[in-house]
Design a protein around this ligand. Structure first.
Ligand code: 16G
Ligand code: ZN
Length: 505
């Protein structure tokens, strides 16, 4: 066969040191980087065979994780992010250890045993970490893939330390239909837009982005961006979106994100920070159950969280819910008290924190050879989440990647996500006062302690409406007092907000 001529020719460029014998273990192959060139080439070939066999995209990750810099390693990742099956681990060991003149035979044996149709297409994602040996070693993988006629659509993307996880998540995402892969991103003419431009073509397999407000003409945050969308309850001014299309907006410095779509009646649906926290915490809780991991998980919100989200999280999802003062630092601090702390402000600032103990337990389970497939898959997805999310500070792009991965893994549309609970209608107003500092609050800004009588007035106004809640707080960023009200209907919420703002004067 012609292709085996190619295999022999190419493999001679990645010769195996005679006598070297390595075993494919839980972490794949891992040893001093100097001994791995031939292994990489051969794993590229094996991934290609696996892709032809499964007719799905296979991942190859070049990394030795937390090992010393001189080491490196490689492991293969199946379509749903799982590890290889034992039979294929054996093939990996056999290919790795075949002496140079026996390699073509070893490859043919796998093809025969698995009855692989070599005319099929093969796609392999190649990821690498930031070790100095990784570029050359991942090139050897790519050479192995091409030697058997496979494609490597994604090797650029995952060249950061986050690569492994991004890859798992995208492997999942790559099963989506083209429609589901499509996402409109409003970059608010800011930094996030530039980053998305850099990465979008690498993401194509799992996510097809149409980027708007990319900074080429519009002004930063002008008629666009997360704040505009959240406050105006409408899409950015210059975007044409089709009914049902999934969209998100960053803010200018890309630390806030909100999702939205319009339905067939032209009605606008916003999925804000509360919906995002709900999606993420539900996903993580489900994985913890599947993994059998006893870790506590909490969602941290502020007074602005929609009452429906709080009820849904506490009563239906049975997760711990905490409320803090407005401002990322307050939420972050509270979230650190839990094994897993998911925090989001309704306006779209937020992220997920994992305690060191949680990270260790997840990693142990992911590497435990004895755990069953369900547990292992759950552990790998948890591990991917740990790595893809930005724990230092919420960033819109990490949040977006995680959200997209969750929707893909759960096979969920934006409409289904939206339907997890229905937001209570709400209204925010700002009131100019001569001195906003006369208002002092307690209970995470939910109750006013001064001026005297204000809270009593609010309480009696709230009683007039069903499912109502209202609070006032001095803004930390503007010389105004902010008023928030929610109630069963929009009319009630509007009326309540108006009445409370009169009480503030
Ligand atoms: C700041 C906060 C934000 C908060 C907003 C409230 C950070 C990084 N940013 O922008 O979290 O939502 O203030 O503004 O903490 P306000 O006090 O004017 O309502
Ligand atoms: Zn911001």
């Amino acid at each position: 066969m012609a292709e085996f001529q190619e295999v022999l020719k190419q493999s001679a460029l990645h010769p195996k040191p005679a006598g070297l014998c390595l075993q494919y273990g839980t972490a794949g192959f891992r040893t001093n980087a100097k001994q791995l060139d031939h292994i990489m080439f051969r794993m590229g070939m094996l991934a290609t065979l696996r892709s032809k066999k499964t007719q799905a995209t296979i991942g190859v990750m070049v990394t030795a994780s937390h090992n010393p810099e001189e080491d490196n390693g490689v492991k293969l990742v199946d379509p749903m992010g799982e590890m290889l099956t034992p039979a294929w681990e054996d093939y990996a060991t056999q290919l790795a250890n075949a002496e140079q003149d026996d390699l073509a035979r070893a490859v043919k044996e796998v093809i025969q045993k698995e009855a692989i149709d070599m005319s099929r297409e093969a796609n392999v994602f190649v990821g690498k970490d930031t070790r100095s040996s990784s570029p050359a070693l991942s090139q050897a993988v790519i050479d192995g893939v091409s030697a058997l006629g496979g494609h490597t659509p994604l090797h650029g993307l995952v060249s950061e330390h986050k690569g492994e996880c991004a890859m798992y998540l995208l492997l999942n995402a790559s099963n989506r239909t083209d429609d589901q892969k499509h996402l409109c991103v409003d970059g608010a003419n800011g930094i996030g837009a530039l980053k998305v431009r850099e990465m979008e073509h690498h993401l194509q397999k799992g996510l097809q982005i149409s980027l708007f407000n990319d900074g080429s003409k519009g002004k930063l945050n002008h008629q666009c961006g997360a704040d505009f969308v959240k406050v105006q309850q409408k899409p950015p001014a210059d975007i044409e979106i089709n009914p049902g299309e999934r969209c998100c907006s960053f803010d200018g410095d890309a630390d806030r994100i909100v999702y939205y779509y319009t339905d067939s009646d032209g009605r606008f649906h916003l999925l804000d920070g509360d919906k995002i926290a709900t999606l993420i915490s539900t996903f993580l809780k489900e994985l913890l159950t599947q993994a059998g991991l006893d870790l506590n998980i909490a969602v941290v919100q502020t007074a602005y969280a929609n009452g429906s989200s709080t009820l849904y999280l506490e009563n239906t999802m049975k997760v711990i819910v905490k409320c803090t003062k407005t401002g990322v630092k307050h939420l972050h601090h509270e979230a650190q008290k839990f094994d897993i702390g998911v925090y989001f402000e309704a306006n779209g600032h937020g992220t997920v924190l994992f305690s060191q103990a949680a990270v260790e337990k997840i990693q142990q389970l992911a590497e435990d050879a004895n755990s069953d497939d369900t547990k292992k898959r759950a552990a790998l997805l948890l591990q991917s989440t740990v790595n893809v999310i930005n724990q230092t500070v919420g960033d819109a792009i990490s949040d977006m990647l995680l959200i997209e991965a969750i929707l893909a893994v759960r096979g969920m549309t934006v409409q289904q996500w939206d339907a997890m609970y229905t937001d209570l209608p709400n209204r925010q107003l700002k009131v100019k006062v001569s001195d906003r500092r006369v208002i002092d609050t307690t209970d995470a800004e939910r109750r006013a302690v001064s001026p005297a009588g204000l809270q009593d007035a609010i309480d009696s106004l709230v009683k007039k409406y069903r499912q109502a809640r209202s609070f006032v707080r001095p803004s930390g960023t503007e010389d105004v007092v902010r008023v928030y009200a929610e109630a069963e209907t929009q009319e009630s919420a509007d009326a309540l907000a108006h009445e409370v703002s009169l009480a503030v004067y």
